[in-house]
Design a protein around this ligand. Structure first.
Ligand SMILES: [Zn+2]
Length: 310
């Protein structure tokens, strides 16, 4: 039977319960108690999943100096970018914070990713080890039962994962997910409830300990994974460069192939990259959840907050 979310009872508006194989996956949001950020809040940020991957490598005691230098250089290049990624990404806050959101400071987060729809088994092993599916996700099965549920409903991106490695990000917060632009927070912000947040925090501890243990046991372990990751990133960069080149060519030929209306729409964009960024935002989908975790508007993004802290 396909798992189905029960309608919320009016007297317990914040509780989510599920049926079928997810019958034990019910959850409730943590009390906010006036704090601007509580662990489990999810915010839109321009942070890259590769920031997390480089952080893993940084804590892996990579022995090969060339690999180590290449990893650090790639991490540094990413950190220097105004936006780590074109896509706006939902990131999970891992600590409570009483400071206003306008305070520019490092915040401990876990990033979410759909790996651009690449099958998990086609990715480097390091990517796989830290990827925990977000329901709904075709990866969830008897063989791979681990997963998280969001509140108030299903995660709004298909086949997404949490990269269960918490790290400090200086990227600025844009808005509560699923809003992708600065402004008033959404009426139905998505959160990780008490159960999901506690499980994610524990998974991060367990996976980190297991990773560090393996690195200590086998001096070649970290080198192998660093090599695999850098090789994958090099391949990805090459594919993106090729993709960008073909898009540029397509744009050059655009007027002869598309309607005048489409051409005007294209001209309204400042560049191919901003157009692609727009498409990536639009393709993220819309909320399917029912009911909000918190209805009051408690934050308004201040001018300038959109910039990265880095
Ligand atoms: Zn479940």
């Amino acid at each position: 039977m396909h798992p189905r979310m029960n309608l919320r009872h009016p007297s317990i508006p914040l509780m989510a319960t599920w049926t079928g194989p997810h019958a034990n996956c019910g959850d409730t949001p943590s009390p906010r108690d006036g704090r601007p950020i509580i662990a489990g809040d999810i915010f839109s940020m321009r942070e890259s999943v590769y920031a997390a991957i480089y952080d893993v490598l940084y804590h892996s005691n990579v022995a090969d100096r060339t690999l180590y230098s290449q990893s650090r250089l790639a991490a540094h290049d990413l950190m220097r970018k105004e936006h780590a990624t074109k896509k706006i990404r939902p990131c999970i806050m891992m600590r409570d914070d009483t400071d206003p959101l306008s305070v520019c400071k490092p915040r401990t987060i876990c990033v979410t990713t759909s790996w651009e729809k690449t099958p998990l088994t086609d990715l480097p092993e390091l990517f796989q080890l830290f990827s925990v599916p977000l329901f709904p996700n075709r990866r969830i099965s008897r063989e791979n039962p681990d997963h998280y549920h969001s509140l108030p409903g299903e995660w709004d991106i298909e086949d997404a994962f949490v990269f269960a490695w918490e790290f400090e990000s200086r990227r600025s917060i844009i808005n509560r997910w699923p809003s992708k632009e600065p402004g008033d927070p959404p009426k139905e912000p998505v959160v990780f409830g008490k159960v999901a947040q506690a499980r994610l925090a524990q998974d991060c501890v367990n996976k980190r300990e297991e990773w560090v243990r393996k690195c200590r046991l086998d001096p070649k372990f970290a080198d192998k994974h660093a090599r695999d990751c850098l090789k994958h990133l090099k391949k990805l960069d090459a594919e993106r460069a090729k993709d960008q080149s073909s898009h540029s060519q397509a744009a050059f030929n655009f007027p002869s192939q598309k309607s005048r209306m489409a051409v005007q729409a294209c001209r309204s964009r400042t560049s191919i990259s901003s157009w692609k960024s727009h498409l990536s935002i639009m393709s993220a989908g819309s909320r399917r959840g029912a009911g909000g975790c918190e209805s009051e508007s408690w934050r308004r993004v201040r001018p300038g907050l959109h910039r990265s802290c880095a």
